[in-house]
Design a protein around this ligand. Structure first.
Ligand code: FRU
Length: 464
């Protein structure tokens, strides 16, 4: 594992190689588990597997390497994304059983378009009684089982239990390149029957990846990642999105979603494929991939031995108007080191690049600059994140959203920045690549500003 200055101090990252979507999030027998899409051989070609982190407290993590390989004919070209379901009392010792559902990707050799021909998607189950040792793989659904109107792109099972039944969402692309999700039902979590397809009321991308069901205060949301959306950048990039549709009733009874209710979960440059789970204390927690598919830029300096990382776990709650609020887990406060009052119209130099900066009671327009390279500006009902130094932003330019700023939390962790605005109504995630191991913050605002240094809690996470 490289010791470059951009390694994360309190965000998860692949120790080496490529990481994408978080998978199989759960709290099982007391321990938190974060599985993830993992290609340890990157930048060489190699397998797309599941890696695994575990934690007693969501702060101190252990990485266990690759735990689900692409090693059967049913997942020969990738153990793709999926989710976890904890079944109380179903293990042989009378304790809880962990069920992990994922998509086995298979590409047949030949001259195929791999959209309507040449690809298979198998929904596969593995179980575990302790969270670490995994059962043999069992294929539950194959391509022939999906409706005829589907293309070969069907994947990313999200499984949950509701009203005594198991339900599964699968993201899909139909043969006319319209996006949808399939909803399946099951009595036992093994044999599945199609319940319905849910489509957008207006065309909304060609494929929905990583669907999720979120329930907050009895209100349900369908989360998904549409591909093929209007570009967010002038250069035509940013066409894959991540967000939620607010539903009127239960997801399993929903026939179509109103696209005007879609809200992006994160406005930054690097955020995709978030997944949620409910922990033992009943909190709904979200972790997102800090990376983007379908971009034509690499987004980081050449020569690094690892790529991409994950957001901190975020607690989701529901505002009175139905908006989903996202805030970093309170456990992160345990990592606070020195506390500093910050002059709201001055600058401050930190001798380390890990900081939690909090602005409260923000009045009027203002700005914040990190190392004079990454700028957060607000005023006229807009909040904007932009880069002025292309060496630091690496092809990231500017992203904005409507927001009358009242409060802002900025988490800086080496090469990662997360912004949380207005009690978590807006979030921005971005990578950045500062050239020093110090951090200069310049603030021009009317507000109460506080900052804490953040400890590095990842020193024992990865094998040496
Ligand atoms: C989303 C995604 C998923 C797929 C996985 C493969 O980023 O494309 O749809 O399961 O990544 O790594």
């Amino acid at each position: 594992m490289s010791r470059d200055i951009w390694r994360m101090g309190y965000h998860l990252m692949p120790p080496t190689g490529w990481g994408n979507d978080p998978n199989g999030l759960c709290q099982f027998r007391g321990t938190y588990h974060v599985f993830h899409q993992y290609s340890p051989d990157w930048p060489q070609k190699g397998e797309r597997a599941w890696g695994h982190f575990s934690s007693p407290d969501l702060i101190h993590w252990q990485h266990h390497g690759v735990v689900i390989h692409q090693d059967t004919p049913d997942d020969a070209n990738g153990a793709y994304s999926g989710s976890a379901l904890v079944v109380p009392g179903a293990a042989s010792d009378g304790g809880d059983l962990l069920r992990l559902y994922y998509t086995g990707n298979v590409k047949r050799p030949g001259d195929y378009d791999y959209i309507n021909a040449g690809r298979e998607a198998n929904e596969i189950l593995v179980t575990s009684e302790d969270g670490y040792a995994l059962s043999p793989k069992k294929v539950l659904l194959r391509s022939a089982d999906y409706p005829d109107y589907c293309s070969c792109h069907v994947r990313d099972p999200k499984v949950w239990r509701q009203d005594g039944s198991y339900h599964m969402l699968l993201g899909a692309r139909d043969r006319d390149s319209q996006a949808l999700v399939l909803v399946y039902d099951s009595d036992d979590g093994d044999s599945w029957s199609l319940r319905r397809a849910i489509r957008p009321q207006k065309p909304f991308g060609f494929m929905w990846e990583c669907p999720d069901r979120i329930e907050l205060d009895g209100h349900e949301y369908l989360a998904c990642c549409p591909q093929g959306m209007p570009a967010k950048n002038p250069d035509g990039s940013g066409t894959s999105w991540s967000g939620t549709f607010a539903l009127d009733g239960k997801l399993i009874d929903t026939e179509s979603v109103d696209t005007s209710t879609y809200v992006e979960l994160d406005r930054g440059f690097d955020f995709y494929a978030p997944q949620t789970f409910v922990d033992d204390s009943g909190r709904t927690l979200l972790i997102g991939w800090v990376g983007m598919p379908d971009e034509d830029f690499c987004g980081q300096p050449d020569g690094m031995s690892w790529i991409h990382c994950y957001t901190v776990p975020r607690v989701l709650t529901r505002a009175e108007d139905g908006r989903i609020l996202q805030n970093p887990i309170p456990e992160l406060d345990q990592l606070h080191g020195a506390h500093l009052y910050v002059d709201a119209q001055g600058s401050i130099a930190f001798d380390q690049p890990r900081v939690d900066l909090q602005l409260a009671d923000v009045q009027g327009a203002g700005s914040l600059a990190l190392d004079g390279a990454l700028h957060v500006t607000w005023g006229d009902g807009q909040l904007t994140l932009s880069f002025t130094d292309p060496e630091v932003g690496i092809e990231r330019h500017s992203r904005s959203c409507d927001c009358d700023l009242h409060d802002l939390r900025v988490l800086v962790d080496n090469s990662m920045v997360e912004l949380y605005a207005n009690g978590g109504r807006e979030a921005f995630s971005t990578r950045w690549f500062p050239r020093t191991e110090r951090l200069d913050v310049a603030l021009d605002s009317h507000c109460q500003a506080n900052a804490w240094t953040m400890q590095d809690c990842m020193s024992n996470t990865y094998e040496a």
